[in-house]
Design a protein around this ligand. Structure first.
Ligand code: UD1
Ligand code: CA
Length: 486
């Protein structure tokens, strides 16, 4: 507990529901947006309020959700909901785990991921400022279908919340919806939950019933309208999941643009929440920057590039590439059409070029693998140039072996390096070499037999063909014009 902890605040996060409408093997609250489960966004926002306690209610796919909570918010208390369904029951059981706590309880839904810290702080301020028993965060939305509606009396005070399935046609016209986020006084909440029944269309204990009960008990009930309708978006199906992902991405893109990143086409640029970008980074269309990717100043990424958990150095240029767990040095060039698999480390000023695949390999400063290559389990020194079509044969059907290439090595085109093998500093290899033995420093390795030309072979063995005719013409021209062609 840090010293800025709000000792009067506990947060309950609801994550026990089945998420039927997702039609998924994965529990709804574990579906990711921006690279983080829905529940992770909610827990992260909750933590920003520094509450004294965080309680997460689980039931459906309990072990998977509990494991995610343990990872995302290790200090949170996990509470198992019993067989009685509904958000009301979930909160009731969470309150049991908060026994003795007598402050404000903020209830968040694991499926309302876009809620922001400032919105919650505003809700709490409104709640505390008015000394309300309950303050619900409401929102005016274009399409209220599926949400609970906030019903107000003639003087505009909140009277109760009615669920879509229990609402009359008239009530369904109401466009002010319940966001599923509330602040309660703990004591009042416990009293009213005890009176909530399952007498409704879904035969569930509705948390929303507490609002009507508190109001009828003469307590102060309020609604705080969310400043931004998208903040309250609840994810119940995959249409809403995509919508939430898009809205989150829009937020992230805008944040980086304001921080000095050029993003040419926000609509086709996807940036995970955990990504870090420096000033003067340029991101070109159709680019995904995923997980914990970090890009340094001045680098250009894209178009058509996916980087996941990568580090990109200053002024590097990456075009049409797919890279995971790769480190790309300053001023290095990657692509177009490059595939960097985990463990690729490209030194400053190096190059991984066109149709090149790399894996678990270090390519030293200034070294280049420009064309049509597979480099796996390899250490390459500095200022190396591998000719087009360099292939490391790293796998002998049983084990993977390393290839070690020294500094300043130049290899000929179309070489195969059969690992384990070492190429000494400054060595060279001929075109087409299949390098099975170590090459000493400064040596030239040739493995292809000297060329032998069998004169007249075509005319003798393929008489009457176009090739034979062409060869014949060339030879007679050569003989008659001897020397004249220069
Ligand atoms: C709920 C609200 C609705 C509101 C909407 C906002 C109720 C009765 N209705 O409806 O007024 O407009 O959220 O998004 O509260 N959960 C549990 N235990 C349960 C059931 C649900 O923990 O037994 C959790 C779910 O995992 C989810 C959250 O509570 O994170 C909301 O449940 P959901 O079934 O999605 O409620 P909605 O129908 O969306
Ligand atoms: Ca919901």
């Amino acid at each position: 507990m840090s010293d800025h902890t709000d000792t009067d605040l506990a947060v309950i996060v609801l994550a026990a529901g089945q998420g039927t409408r997702m039609r998924s093997r994965l529990p709804k609250v574990l579906h990711p947006i921006g690279g983080t489960p829905l529940l992770g966004h909610v827990l992260h926002t909750a933590a920003a309020l520094a509450p004294a306690r965080v309680v997460v209610v689980v039931r459906h796919d309990r072990d998977a959700v509990a494991a995610a909570v343990a990872e995302l918010a290790p200090d949170a208390t996990i509470v198992d909901q019993d067989e009685i369904p509904g958000t009301g029951r979930a909160v009731q059981q969470a309150l049991d785990a908060l026994a003795g706590f007598d402050g404000d309880v903020l209830v968040l839904s694991g499926d309302v991921p876009l809620i922001e810290r400032d919105t919650l702080a505003g809700l709490l301020d409104a709640h505390r400022g008015r000394a309300a028993s309950v303050t619900v965060l409401s929102s005016h939305v274009a399409d209220p279908a599926g949400y609970g509606r906030v019903l107000r009396d003639a003087s505009g005070d909140v009277e109760r919340i009615v669920e879509q399935k229990d609402a009359t046609d008239h009530e369904r016209q109401v466009a002010e919806i319940n966001s599923g986020v509330y602040a309660f006084r703990a004591a009042s909440l416990a009293v009213h939950l005890a009176a909530v029944t399952r007498d409704n269309a879904q035969q569930e204990m509705y948390l929303t019933d507490v609002i009507g009960l508190a109001r009828r008990a003469g307590e102060r009930v309020a609604a705080a309208v969310a400043p931004d309708a998208t903040a309250a978006l609840g994810v119940n199906d995959r249409v809403q999941l995509a919508e939430a992902a898009r809205l989150l991405n829009e937020r992230i893109v805008r944040r980086w643009q304001r921080a000095g990143v050029t993003i040419q086409d926000p609509a086709t640029t996807w940036i995970d929440a955990a990504v870090t970008l420096a000033e003067d980074v340029t991101v070109l269309p159709n680019t995904q920057l995923l997980r914990a990717t970090v890009v340094e100043r001045g680098a250009t990424i894209g178009p058509d590039t996916t980087l996941s958990d990568c580090e990109v150095g200053e002024d590097a240029v990456i075009r049409r590439a797919d890279a995971t767990l790769a480190v790309i040095g300053a001023r290095a060039q990657v692509g177009p059409f490059a595939y960097l698999r985990p463990g690729t480390v490209l030194g400053a000023g190096g190059k991984i070029g066109t149709y090149v695949e790399t894996k678990n390999s270090r390519i030293g400063e200034g070294s280049k693998v420009p064309h049509l290559s597979y480099i796996g389990d390899t250490d390459i020194g500095v200022n190396v140039n591998l000719g087009a079509g360099a292939i490391t044969a790293n796998y002998d059907d049983i084990d993977k072996h390393r290839t070690v290439i020294g500094d300043e090595v130049h290899s000929g085109s179309h070489n195969v390096f059969v690992a384990p093998v070492r190429i000494g500093d400054g060595a060279k290899t001929g075109a087409g070499a299949v390098v099975r033995k170590d090459v000493p420093p400064g040596a030239l390795a040739l493995t292809v037999a000297p060329q032998r030309n069998v004169e007249g072979w075509v005319e003798k063995n393929r008489p009457g063909t176009g090739a034979a005719a062409a060869a014949e013409r060339a030879r007679s021209a050569q003989e008659s014009g001897d020397g004249t062609q220069g």
